[in-house]
Design a binder for this molecule. Structure first.
Ligand code: TTP
Ligand code: MG
Length: 418
């Protein structure tokens, strides 16, 4: 079967995309800081008897079947000799920042896809470099040298192919997909390799005896549409290695969110609101650092039985101040939760519909006051640490969590989604 992608490549300007992803990120940081862990199975995310799941594990632990998202107790059963650590999210974030700083040196077109993963586009950089392949290799060396962590790099003509190339390169390798090799490369890959084919979609497809990407090519577009709605079109193209998605560069971030799972389920209203206030504060800080205002605020709550609910509000005036975000978040949260008053295992707050500026209306002088207050707050925190200034509500968390040297509370699972 010929891939329809081949006919496009000749008439379109060929893109050069590099995908880069740190290997066993959280675990590798732990090993870097404590070399006695090197070569050992390591699980990051909690201790074996604790509730919760593994955030990640070293490649040595993966040999036992342990993986991200697996309940810690199950990890322990599969690999009792593994070393378990709770992890330190602030630390990982600082490594992540260093990683992205290096990437931004090479091209203005960088998509920070997650904490340890990015796409770089070189299509516009033809004048700058004589060989993109050499640049991609150079980035890999520099990250390894300056961040100190192992990284895998894939290069291809679009995002999906570059991501799959990295998957092939893991751990620690470099793989560049050459034009014309797409079909052979994709054919044998498992359908789970395609982003967007989650566990539910996999079950449906496997029932149709579709296991490999080549099996997907047999399904007509209409079938995919009837199975997956609008996503069907995307799967049709992605499975053929056709992907026109542009990079979501910094200015194009769609949302920022902060959420956390609790150490134990919580029903105490004040404690729930304390978490919400702290998360709103972290979200506000990120928005200001990234120079965005959010026009939509959304809160999320997950009950003990994993049922998840959310509620959002469109604001006439975009926000980036903690007190404004919290006010909306509290109202939304209470609308969600007051009816049930059941125990929760997670809360989160998200800002979306991001805009880069807002126009203060004549009647909103007080907005300026909020803005100045936030700036003063940022200055104090820069000097004395995040926890130097907290609201009364947030301080309640001091009874539950340890502080990370003034940088913030060490939550169970700090959300680091962008
Ligand atoms: P990944 O890049 O998906 O995983 P990884 O870097 O640990 O391993 P790989 O070599 O396969 O890339 O995620 C990056 C980090 O994000 C990971 O180290 C821990 C965190 N994470 C979670 O906290 N929960 C999750 O479910 C996943 C998948 C990752
Ligand atoms: Mg990774």
């Amino acid at each position: 079967m010929r891939l329809p992608g081949a006919q496009f490549s000749s008439c379109q300007k060929r893109r050069y995309i590099v995908h880069i992803d740190l290997d066993a990120f959280f675990a590798s940081v732990e090993v870097l800081l404590n070399p006695s862990l090197k070569g050992k199975p390591l699980v990051v995310g909690g201790l074996p008897h604790e509730r919760g799941v593994a955030a990640t594990c070293s490649y040595e632990a993966r040999k036992y079947g342990v993986h991200s998202g697996m309940p810690l107790r199950e990890c322990y059963k599969l690999c009792p000799e593994a070393i378990f650590v709770r992890g330190n999210y602030h630390l990982y974030q600082s490594f992540s920042e260093k990683f992205f700083q290096i990437l931004h040196d090479y091209t203005p077109d960088v998509e920070e896809a997650s904490l340890d993963e990015a796409y770089l586009e070189f299509t516009r950089c033809g004048q700058l470099y004589s060989s993109f392949t050499e640049v991609a290799k150079d980035i890999k060396c520099r990250v390894e040298r300056e961040v100190g962590l192992s990284v895998s790099v894939g290069a291809a003509s679009n995002k999906i192919l570059a991501k799959l190339a990295t998957r092939r390169a893991k751990p620690g390798g470099f793989f560049e997909l050459q034009p014309g090799e797409e079909e052979e490369f994709l054919r044998e890959l498992d359908i789970s390799a395609i982003p967007g084919i989650g566990p539910k979609a996999q079950v449906m497809l496997r029932l149709l005896n579709v296991h490999k990407i080549a099996d997907l090519w047999r399904l007509p577009l209409a079938t995919l549409r009837s199975l997956f709605g609008v996503m069907g079109d995307e799967l049709y193209l992605l499975s053929r290695g056709i992907d026109y998605r542009p990079l979501q560069t910094r200015g194009k971030s769609e949302s920022f969110s902060r959420e956390t799972t609790f150490l134990q389920d919580v029903w105490d209203r004040d404690l729930l609101l304390a978490h919400l206030a702290y998360l709103s504060d972290r979200l506000a800080l990120t928005l200001r650092q990234e120079k965005f205002y959010a026009q939509v605020i959304e809160v999320k709550a997950r009950y003990s039985d994993f049922k998840t609910v959310s509620k959002r509000r469109f604001l006439s005036m975009p926000v980036q101040e903690m007190n404004r975000i919290y006010r909306v978040a509290e109202e939304l949260f209470l609308e969600l939760w007051d009816k049930s008053r059941l125990t929760l295992r997670l809360v989160g707050v998200k800002g979306s519909r991001l805009v880069e500026e807002r126009h203060l209306s004549l009647f909103e002088f007080y907005q300026e006051k909020d803005e100045r207050l936030s700036q003063a707050l940022d200055r104090v925190r820069e000097r004395y640490g995040f926890t130097a200034v907290l609201t009364g509500r947030e301080k309640m968390l001091g009874e539950v969590y340890e502080e990370d040297k003034g940088r913030g509370f060490i939550l169970k699972t700090a959300s680091l989604t962008r």
